[in-house]
Design a protein around this ligand. Structure first.
Ligand code: ZN
Length: 446
């Protein structure tokens, strides 16, 4: 029996409980994880070559000999992309009979990506997810309410199989109106609440007026979260910790879970091989990953379009410490905008605005053609009684402190700022805002 098969046997038969999985994870060395990854990736590539028409074609096209692949580097310049998922029949990716299909969010291209799974795969993700929850302090006697939207999306099922593997009591509130969600889950007194930030922040606003009960953890997924919103939620649900999980539908929403020390997300080294493609000087690049345990629709060196980097702030002490950590997602590669302010992403503006309580969380930045160079237009909602001039001054101080290069360019007049203030609840209208818009191309075309 080789290392890979021995580990799979252990995994499936002996490590069904989250605390056992976590304990074994603590004792794995990075060298063993690395060896397992190489062995699993090697088998997966050969499996794809036997069963997937898409990968058969690509291996031929790129001159890849599946028998010689043990790592991403062995694949040369081959990647699987979101466009591949959109432009090829899904049957070409399937290697076994699917039992469940999900679609990715974001319809900007008009065609949704579909990703298929089996029940066995979802259960396995659930067992890994449970180890992640155990690491955050959840236990079998916790009561969990979730508010995920069911429509075509994997998140409620990721929650379902994870909670099932934990053995916790589960009540599904789903994506209903925040006040109804609050009133109906309160009867169960959940110690853990899961959902997306935009929904649970509204639920928290209701709880702030109507009262709270003891909640241990709020686990959020599906979107980034500003530090300010995190602190707000923790201040209302006294004693609760707010944690984030990170995942794409392509990986069943389970790429990583936040470290309790909050130094980023631990990525699973046993179900994924992850790396950062073309990192810049600061280490930021596109997250690229392969799934290792799937049989229905495995993905090989998939370009996530999410920009992040490996964390640099030293080792953590939590149960998943052997699994590497990626930093908060800085943006989408398709959201990065190159302008005279720099190579900007929504993350920049989150950082600039995060401790300015006079403006709401609904803001939007538009890059326009200015007189000579680019004009960066901040659209912000000013809270009642707040002073626009003070907001500007604070914002300038933040840019000076947190983005010194950017400030230097500004003082040299490489670009201009423009500030538009709006009434609260007018910019987003309750929907998720597109944070960063490049309006220059439109101006050229007009
Ligand atoms: Zn950790």
């Amino acid at each position: 029996m080789n290392l890979d098969t021995a580990f799979s046997f252990l995994d499936h038969h002996l490590l069904r409980r989250p605390e056992h999985r976590l304990r074994v994870a603590q004792h794995l060395s990075p060298a063993i994880v690395h060896r397992l990854q190489r062995s699993k990736l090697h088998h997966m590539v050969k499996y794809l070559n036997r069963h997937s028409r898409f990968y058969q074609r690509k291996f031929r096209e790129y001159g890849i000999d599946p028998r010689s692949v043990h790592s991403h580097a062995d694949l040369g310049n081959f990647f699987t992309t979101a466009d591949d998922l959109r432009n090829n029949p899904i049957e070409d990716f399937l290697c076994a009979r699917p039992e469940f299909g999900f679609e990715t969010t974001g319809t900007s291209m008009g065609v949704n990506k579909r990703v298929y799974f089996s029940y066995a795969e979802m259960m396995e993700y659930g067992r890994d997810g449970a180890a992640g929850l155990y690491n955050l302090g959840l236990r079998r006697d916790d009561i969990i309410a979730d508010g995920f939207d069911y429509s075509f999306w994997n998140a409620p099922f990721t929650a379902f199989y994870t909670i099932q593997a934990m053995g916790c009591f589960h009540v599904i509130g789903a994506f209903v109106e925040p006040r109804e969600f609050y009133e109906r889950i309160r009867v169960y007194k959940p110690t853990v609440i899961m959902g997306v930030p935009t929904h649970l922040v509204r639920v928290t606003e209701v709880a702030e007026q109507e009262g709270v009960w003891p909640v241990k953890v709020l686990l959020l997924g599906g979107e980034n979260l500003s530090q300010r919103t995190r602190h707000y939620m923790e201040s209302v649900w006294t004693g609760a910790k707010v944690y984030l999980s990170y995942g794409q539908t392509e990986a069943f929403g389970a790429n990583g879970v936040e470290c309790p020390d909050r130094g980023g997300y631990h990525v699973s080294g046993l179900s994924l091989v992850s790396d950062i493609h073309q990192p810049d000087e600061e280490g930021y690049g596109e997250l690229v990953y392969s799934t290792l345990n799937r049989t229905v629709m495995p993905l090989l060196r998939y370009r996530s379009a999410d920009i992040t980097r490996w964390t640099t702030d030293g080792a953590c002490s939590c149960g998943l410490r052997v699994m590497p950590r990626i930093a908060k997602i800085a943006g989408r590669s398709d959201e990065l905008i190159n302008c005279s302010m720099g190579n900007i992403s929504p993350y920049w503006f989150e950082e600039m605005l995060r401790d300015i309580p006079a403006v709401t969380d609904d803001w939007q930045v538009v890059v326009r053609r200015g007189e000579r160079d680019d004009r960066i237009e901040f659209n912000m909602e000013l809270r009642p009684g707040a002073d626009a001039q003070q907001v500007k001054e604070q914002l300038f101080r933040n840019i000076q402190e947190r983005f010194p290069d950017c400030w230097r360019y500004y003082t040299k007049k490489f670009f201009e700022f423009d500030f538009q203030f709006h009434q609260p609840q007018t910019l987003g209208g309750g929907r998720k805002l597109r944070r960063l818009i490049d309006a220059r191309t439109q101006a050229w075309n007009e």
